[in-house]
Design a protein around this ligand. Structure first.
Ligand code: SF4
Ligand code: SF4
Length: 367
């Protein structure tokens, strides 16, 4: 009897001892967010982003309707007008392609499939969205368009809004799978980077990670105040995509037997291509420089992913602390504690590329 009572008391005592933890576990995601000051800054930044966008929109933007023309102007200046045909049916195909790529990427990521499988998806996304559709979907352009749309919904199409929101929806349920499947910018950087990448020193990394947040504000401000596509102008890869777009259109015209321009088209000037060349060389050594230093959409994806349902974690019972995953992670999303023990994966930064799964011999990554 005494033994029975003692045994009954053990779980209750244990439960009483664990009481403070249970309080924290009631709000595990909030605890995670406010535990890490950098993630908290991002979270607050995104909150301010949406509030300021709405506020600016309400006051300032009875928009002179030239806002979206900036993008058209940009394209028209650089792509011959006969290459501009974007019928509604193509936008539906875009949506279908995006959903397909992100769904397959979600499945690969949840099942922890080898990263080479995701590379095929990235290649498909790059060829379709990058070269065939001329850089559409462009995550930075989508951010600008959406800012305008919040203030003046009639200025953007419904499909543009869906294209912007869909990757965020996937981020909530599965993490940033858009970055490892549908984003042409991400795919280009990922596929051209060497496997043995250079990791930035922790201090520098934590400072440069704040740049996209600043750019998110600048993008919102620029879009709402002057119809400026600030982040778009920083997208150095667009010249490559525009050129691919123009070439594929020429090829299709040639196949149909229609008239083609005889000259070879390179969209963009010498300066643009020199900058592009430098960024590609940088990206060969330091993976995903645009994603990590510039992309404002990545801030939104990261925040939604942090608040979302799926979390990539390190299983402490399996991990032997070899740190191979930390070395392979292209966005430095895996963190150690002060004693050097690997403890966490940042859902904010993790792009679900699966490279950590490739190198872990103990299947130590879950989620
Ligand atoms: S961070 Fe931005 S540019 Fe990079 S893959 Fe994600 S959405 Fe694309
Ligand atoms: S933790 Fe790093 S290596 Fe692993 S899936 Fe995320 S981004 Fe890729």
């Amino acid at each position: 009897m005494i033994r029975f009572l003692l045994l009954r008391n053990v779980p209750r005592k244990a439960a009483e001892q664990q009481q403070p933890e249970r309080v924290l576990l009631r709000f595990p995601r909030l605890y995670e967010i406010f535990k890490d000051i950098k993630v908290m800054v991002c979270y607050v930044a995104v909150l301010f982003f949406f509030i300021s966008v709405s506020a600016f929109g309400a006051q300032e933007l009875d928009c002179d309707r030239e806002v979206p023309d900036d993008l058209y102007e940009l394209k028209e200046n650089h792509i011959p007008v006969e290459f501009h045909h974007e019928p509604f049916s193509m936008e539906i195909v875009d949506l279908g392609m995006l959903v397909l790529l992100m769904s397959v990427a979600t499945w690969f990521s949840i099942k922890h499939k080898p990263s080479s499988w995701l590379s095929f998806l990235m290649l498909a996304g790059l060829l379709y969205f990058g070269f065939f559709r001329g850089g559409c979907i462009c995550p930075v352009g989508a951010t600008t368009n959406f800012c305008i749309g919040l203030a003046a919904p009639e200025l953007i199409g419904r499909v543009v809004a869906i294209l912007f929101l869909l990757p965020l929806l996937f981020a909530y349920f599965a993490g940033r799978v858009f970055c490892s499947s549908g984003c042409p910018l991400g795919a280009l950087q990922h596929l051209l980077a060497r496997k043995k990448s250079v990791q930035l020193p922790a201090r520098i990394n934590s400072v440069v990670r704040l740049l996209p947040i600043a750019l998110l504000f600048a993008t919102a401000w620029g879009a709402l105040r002057g119809g400026l596509f600030i982040a778009c102008k920083m997208d150095v890869y667009k010249w490559l995509f525009f050129t691919g777009y123009a070439w594929i259109d020429q090829l299709m015209l040639w196949v149909k037997g229609a008239l083609v321009e005889s000259r070879i088209i390179f969209v963009g000037d010498v300066v643009a291509w020199t900058v592009l060349g430098c960024v590609l060389v940088l990206g060969y050594f330091v993976p995903r420089p645009f994603c990590r230093l510039v992309c404002p959409y990545g801030v939104l994806l990261g925040t939604v992913s942090t608040l979302g349902l799926r979390n990539r974690e390190i299983d402490p019972s399996a991990c032997m602390n070899c740190k191979m995953c930390e070395k392979k992670c292209p966005v430095q999303a895996i963190h150690s504690d002060p004693t050097g023990k690997l403890v966490s994966v940042s859902d904010f930064h993790c792009i679900q590329c699966g490279r950590c799964d490739d190198v872990c011999r103990k299947s130590g990554l879950r989620g």
